[in-house]
Ligand binder design. Structure first.
Ligand code: FAD
Length: 458
């Protein structure tokens, strides 16, 4: 006899646990199933551990620059990877333990550990147990993509998960992939003391960004001594004794980058191929993402997909927002839709990039009359005072509606400053409201009203 529940949640990523607890609090009997570590990618191998490393790397960087601030640091600055890892493991471990004990202590919520697979549209098997429920929520996330490229089967490589287990510093880390994951690790390990090469097949890093943003990101990383190989059209991995190599075959430069370790940061693949979706009749797209509508319902009544596996986000905040949308629709009689969401994310290099809404390229092709305001961080007092004046800010405005269309804040504090613009976009208020707001001095945010007072046609 199957165990009967009101709802089953598969995967304990950044939406599943919150939905399970909300439903349990509403009096429903809920089962949540996790095959590996509670908390999923963000807690164990993504945001939390990497941001602890970003913090350690920043400390090392600032210590090396201490003399610029009139501070003496005796001796050379070195990084103890064992202690860096211990700090990361403690912070990430506390977060996982907190989440797990929250789930286990929630009345009406049963935690199952094991790989879940559908047996039918309302039945899921985990180990020897068969669970059934009229509502099933899939939150199975994604993993590092390992493309079938020459040499991949015979050459050792790291992913975002295995790199986090290192207790010794790679002498030379060759990173394949110039997206967010690759670039964050590039700066982290360069600041720890490794030689770092980043190989990217596009003509620029973060190719979804505007060209000026990509170029400045590249310049920031190159100033720290990171080697960059773009236009790498023919990537292959190879082993040379103790060394490893990546063939780049660019039109110029050496045909291969050699190092001690390779990190593959070539995108993410949804964990949907071994979930028994065919037995439930749930549709996936050509990339393996579960197809959902604006309320995150799949094509099968009673089954929803949230987080990275639905292809609508790829971030912790989008996965959490998926939970909020589903919970509002099912429990609060408050109709919410994923289409109301404004694109927003950060790139956690230093200085960080905060991004929301349209790029300049999007705005140009939107057919709107667009205004733009921009300012280099060399003209931001707070950045100069901190000795962190790389980067720039730009804001795009619809000339007719006066609504803000998007922004890129690449500079110190950009990861936080972006929210004053994002909130205005959600408020759908004219930019003049923000232009007239009195901001606090000295901050990076105080220049946002100034930028909005200097708008020019794009
Ligand atoms: C290196 C790195 C850094 C990142 N940094 C950031 C950042 O700074 N900010 C940000 O917003 N995002 C960041 N992300 C992305 C972020 O981690 C994810 O978007 C986020 O975790 C949301 O994932 P999710 O909720 O879809 O599921 P996940 O967190 O991926 O969790 C899914 C869970 O489902 C489990 N599971 C899978 N299949 C099954 C099955 N069949 N049965 C049972 N359980 C199963 C998995 O074991 C996993 O625990 C980063 C990602 C990486 C890789």
């Amino acid at each position: 006899m199957p165990n009967t529940f009101d709802a089953i949640v598969i995967g304990s990523g950044q939406s599943g646990p919150f939905l399970a607890v909300r439903m349990a609090a509403a009096g429903k009997r809920v089962a949540i199933i996790e095959r590996h570590r509670i908390g999923g990618t963000c807690v164990n191998t993504g945001c939390i551990p990497t941001k602890t490393l970003v913090a350690s790397a920043y400390a090392a960087h600032l210590a090396r620059r201490a003399a610029e601030f009139g501070v003496d640091v005796a001796g050379t600055v070195s990084v103890d990877m064992k202690r860096v890892k211990a700090r990361k493991d403690e912070i990430s471990g506390k977060s996982r333990a907190g989440l797990e004990s929250w789930l286990r202590s929630t009345a009406n919520c049963s935690v199952y550990l094991g790989h879940a697979r559908f047996e039918s549209p309302n039945e899921v098997r985990v180990g020897d147990e068969l669970l059934t429920a009229p509502q099933i929520f899939i939150n199975v996330g994604a993993r590092a993509t390992i493309p079938e490229m020459p040499g991949v089967a015979d050459t050792p490589y790291l992913t975002n998960s295995t790199l986090l287990d290192l207790e010794a510093l790679p002498q030379h880390l060759v990173i394949v992939g110039g997206g967010a994951v690759g670039l964050e690790f590039a700066q982290i390990f360069r600041r720890f003391g490794s030689d770092v090469t980043v190989i990217e097949k596009s003509p620029r890093f973060m190719h979804q960004e505007d060209e000026d943003v990509s170029k400045e990101i590249q310049a920031i990383l190159e100033r720290e001594g990171i080697h960059v190989r773009l236009n790498a059209h023919c990537i292959a991995l190879m082993k040379h004794g103790e060394e490893v190599g990546v063939r780049v075959d660019c039109s110029e430069g050496a045909p291969e980058a050699r190092g001690s370790h390779i990190l593959l940061a070539m995108g993410r693949t949804p964990n949907t191929s071994d979930l028994g979706l065919e037995k439930a009749g749930v549709d996936r797209d050509a990339h393996g993402y579960i197809v959902v509508d604006h309320q995150l319902r799949t094509n099968v009544r009673g089954i929803w997909a949230l987080g990275d596996c639905n292809g609508r986000g790829g971030f912790t905040h989008t996965s959490y927002n998926d939970f909020e949308i589903v919970a509002a629709n099912l429990l609060d009689h408050d109709t919410r839709s994923v289409s109301d969401r404004i694109k927003a994310y950060n790139l956690y290099i230093d200085p960080p990039l905060g991004r929301c809404g349209m790029t300049e390229r999007d705005a140009r092709t939107s057919g709107r009359r667009v205004l733009i305001g921009a300012r280099p961080m060399t003209r931001v007092g707070r950045a100069i005072e901190k000795g962190e004046s790389q980067g720039f800010m730009k804001v795009l405005v619809d000339a007719d509606s006066k609504e803000i269309l998007g922004a890129a804040i690449l500079g110190t504090g950009g990861d936080e400053v972006i929210h004053c613009i994002l909130d205005m976009m959600y408020a759908r208020a004219p930019y003049t409201v923000l232009q007239r707001a009195m901001h606090i001095h000295p901050t990076v945010s105080e220049l946002i009203p100034t930028i909005l007072g200097e708008l020019q046609p794009l």
